[in-house]
Each structure stands twice: as C-alpha cells, then as structure tokens.
Design a protein around this ligand. Structure first.
Ligand code: GLN
Length: 474
C-alpha cells in the first residue's frame, strides 16, 4: 500500500505541516534504497532532488502563488527520455555515459510545473521487449514477487510506482510498454493517442508508434500529467496542434457509456483462465450498471502482432543506424579500418534482441522483400486502424485484457522470441490505430499476481477515457 497515492493528499500534508517537500523526497529515497535489489533505477538524482525540494519548500513559504500545478509530485523517468545534463542510455551499452544535450519536451513541461524528477528507470534496451530482461544493466524484478518479470519495456517505471519510490512515472509505449507492465504490477498505465504528447527528446524506436505514457495509482495524476505534457511542439511535427483540454477538470461520470469487446479476444485459446474470468466479471458489472455491452467480431486479431513486428523493426533498423560509434556513444577502439569500427562497435554494444530486430527490419525493407513484407504490413495496419476507429465511433470504449497471462517467471520466455512477441497481442492494436488506452487493475490470480484490463477509446478521446476509468473507482 502506497503511503501517498494522490497529489492532493501530498499537497495537503505539506500545507498542514505534517511533512515538507524535502521530507517527502527523503522518504522516496529511503524507499529506493530499500528496494535496490529490484534494479528499478539506473541512476538516482539524489542531491539534485533534495535541492529542488528545498527550493520548493522555500517557495511554498515565500511565494505560494507562484507554485506550478505539479508541486509536490515526485516522478521517475524511463531511461529513453532525455533530461538535459543527465545521462540517458536507453538501457544499452551503446549509449553508456552519454549525456543528454537537451530535455525532452515532456520533461521540460513537467519541470516548469514544479515536478521533481527523482531518477531514471531501467528498461529493455531501446524499449524493445515485454519483460525488461533485455536491459544491458540487468533485469528489473517485480516487487510483488521477485521471481517474476515486471513486464516491459518500461519495467523499471512500473515498479518505481508499484514500490512507492515516487508518485508517478513517465514511460514510453510503442506496442504496450506502459499498459503491459502496469497490468503486471497492479497499477494504472496510460498511453495517449499518437501525437498527443511531443516525442521530441525520446530515444526513437518506432517513430510512427512511439508515445510517452504515464504510470500512477489514480486517474487524477494521469489527467494532470497529460494536461501538462500534451500539445503542439515546434520540435515535433507529429505532435498534434489540437487544443489540450483541462483533463483534470473534466473527470465527470458518463451517463450511458457503451462498451464493445472482441469475442475472439475473450475466447482466445491463449488467454489465461483467471484473466478470462476477471474480464467476464467486469463485463457483467457493466451490464448490471445498465451500460450497453456488446461482443463484436474482429477478424484481424491474429494479424496484429506480425504486422506490428514488421513495421516496428523496419522503423527501428532505420532509427538505430545513427549509433555507428562515430558521433556518440560506444566505440571499439581496437578496430583498424572504418568499416571494422562500425561493425565492431555495433556488434559489441548492441544486445541480442536489438540486433535481431535491426536485421529483421533491414530484411523487410530490402529491395527484394519490401513489397512482400513492409508494404503488406502497412496495408494491414491501415485495415486495422480503420476497423478500430469505425468500431469506436459506434461504441465509447473497447475493453480488452491487457495481457494474455499474468507475470511469468524470469527467464521463462527468453529463449523464444516469437512467444515473447505474442504476449503483446492485446496491446499493439492501440499503437497500430493511434488510439489511447488505459490499463487498470481488476484483481489478482490465485497466486497473488495482479491482473489488469484495458480500456481504449477513439483518437483524442482521452478526456472521456480518463473520466470512465475514474468512474470505475480509480
Ligand atoms: N513489447 C513490445 C516490443 O517489444 C512493445 C515495446 C514498447 O512498447 N516499447 O516492441
């Protein structure tokens, strides 16, 4: 149970003098020390966070009218999000000791509202993975049961909130990397619509999929962080210019929400029995509340993962070509020709999964196979996106499991990449279609492992989605 699960009570406790920003940061630093064995953080900004907290305490006393919206909020950032003057390694050896030259727009915006960043969290290398076992700095362990994976790729971010080392965390979600670990760790995780938050300052993986996401215990914190981070940005042409609603002020219950679910997902042979039961219970609850609930058919379910892995590996192979040992990052100093330097640097410093994806992506983009794989997968993406958006113009929400199974054992799927990829079956649709999704905890398995379901709405309907999740009690 988190000591603080919402910002309002943190701020109240500080105002009433029960605690201070400095004491709060000290509490979180203590929590970080206590959970070091989980390998959550790659770096803790201890001194800096304490100094910022002290400055904030002074501001509370001297000029409270100048406090930003996020004062009192302590946040962790995933190690793919740039923070000027701080290291960012994307969980990779290739960026070992690399320092950010500028801050991500998302980071700048939360700092401008007085959030305190406590450290950078471990993740799968270049955000490629579903279990956080692909980090060059060792796996992250699930705080509920350290034999189990926390999910990935934002595993450190999820556990940082799960284990009460900060109030909220920023991650990234290209194919489920926020919603999946949130579900496996028993907290809330949100991926906004593609383009809602600027990608400027994110280490790119699949640029037409990547999006900053948020982990928290409560809807209010997600809404507040989203409203602070979202909006147009001159540094990212894909960031939407659409007006940003005051999400935290519009969390009103919906009168007659309608919810669709895919029969093929609920009946999927790969779905764990306990998750199926919890999903059925949730649907029954909706029906009892008088909401319109309908099972619909979706014929593309089994095509989502293959198309996703063709497209994201293609984009990754291009994005990762900049790590060549020349301009920044790791360089093999023994190489005696230019070509050897490229080859050796990349061979030595990229992990196995990243190399697999670079090769796969290069293959699907190669002259002889481009049409057979890349063009075809683009067409499949278009079909999936259109069908999803059409469905969501008839229904307010789409309910899905977040994961086919609860957290698995460390090492259980590492020998079988395809099995690992298939674990993303329910999360990648939102990224393929660019729609927002929120994973929320619905219960636990007999073994005590958290289960999360997922609600999605149509593009840029975050306000409605957040309202409904709050209505469900979060
Ligand atoms: N597991 C998916 C992948 O490996 C999703 C990763 C992500 O969202 N960053 O691509």
């Amino acid at each position: 149970m988190a000591k603080y699960s919402d910002l309002a009570s943190v701020q109240q406790a500080i105002r009433e003098g029960q605690t201070s920003c400095k004491a709060l940061v000290a509490f979180y630093l203590e929590q970080i020390k206590e959970h070091q064995h989980l390998n959550i953080y790659l770096e803790v900004f201890e001194e800096e966070a304490l100094q910022k907290a002290a400055a904030l305490d002074k501001k509370i006393q001297e000029s409270p009218e100048k406090l930003g919206k996020l004062w009192g909020m302590v946040v962790s950032i995933k190690d793919v999000i740039c923070y000027q003057g701080h290291k960012v390694s994307a969980g990779s050896k290739i960026l070992e000791n690399f320092e950010s030259l500028f801050s991500a727009t998302a980071v700048e915006r939360i700092l401008a509202e007085d959030a305190i960043i406590i450290g950078r969290t471990n993740c799968d290398e270049f955000a490629m993975g579903s279990s956080n076992e692909n980090s060059a700095y060792g796996p992250v362990l699930n705080g509920i049961n350290p034999q189990k994976i926390p999910g990935g790729s934002s595993g450190g971010a999820a556990v940082s909130v799960q284990m009460d080392t900060c109030l909220a965390a920023l991650g990234t979600d290209t194919g489920g990397s926020v919603r999946q670990p949130a579900a496996l760790c028993g907290i809330l995780g949100m991926k906004p619509s593609y383009g809602r938050i600027s990608r400027h300052g994110l280490v790119a993986y699949g640029s037409s999929f990547d999006q900053v996401g948020i982990f928290a215990h409560k809807t209010e914190e997600m809404a507040l962080l989203l409203e602070v981070m979202a909006g147009a940005d001159e540094y990212d042409a894909t960031a939407s210019k659409r007006e940003v609603p005051a999400y935290s002020q519009t969390l009103e219950p919906l009168q007659q929400p309608s919810i669709a679910y895919y029969r093929s997902a609920l009946e999927h042979p790969g779905l764990d029995e306990e998750i199926r039961t919890l999903m059925e219970q949730q649907l029954d609850e909706f029906r009892r509340a008088g909401y319109r609930v309908e099972g619909v058919d979706f014929k593309y379910l089994d095509y989502i993962v293959p198309a996703y892995y063709v497209l994201t590996t293609a984009e990754a192979s291009s994005n990762l070509s900049r790590y060549d040992g020349v301009r920044f990052g790791f360089r093999d100093k023994e190489a005696d020709s230019l070509e050897d330097m490229y080859t050796h640097s990349r061979t030595q410093a990229f992990g196995e999964e990243v190399k697999r994806r670079i090769m796969l992506g290069t293959f699907v983009l190669s002259a002889g196979y481009y049409d057979a794989y890349y063009t075809k997968a683009q067409k499949v993406r278009r079909l999936i996106a259109e069908e999803t958006r059409r469905l969501l113009s008839d229904f307010d929400f789409l309910l899905m499991p977040t994961t086919p199974a609860p957290a698995w054992n460390l090492g259980e799927k590492t020998d079988d990449p395809v099995e690992m990829y298939l674990a993303d079956i329910f999360t990648v649709q939102a990224n393929m279609a660019g729609i927002p999704g929120i994973a929320f905890p619905v219960g636990k398995t007999g073994e005590g492992l958290p289960v999360g379901l997922q609600l999605m709405s149509n593009v840029f309907e975050e306000a409605k989605l957040l309202s409904f999740v709050k209505q469900l009690g979060y």
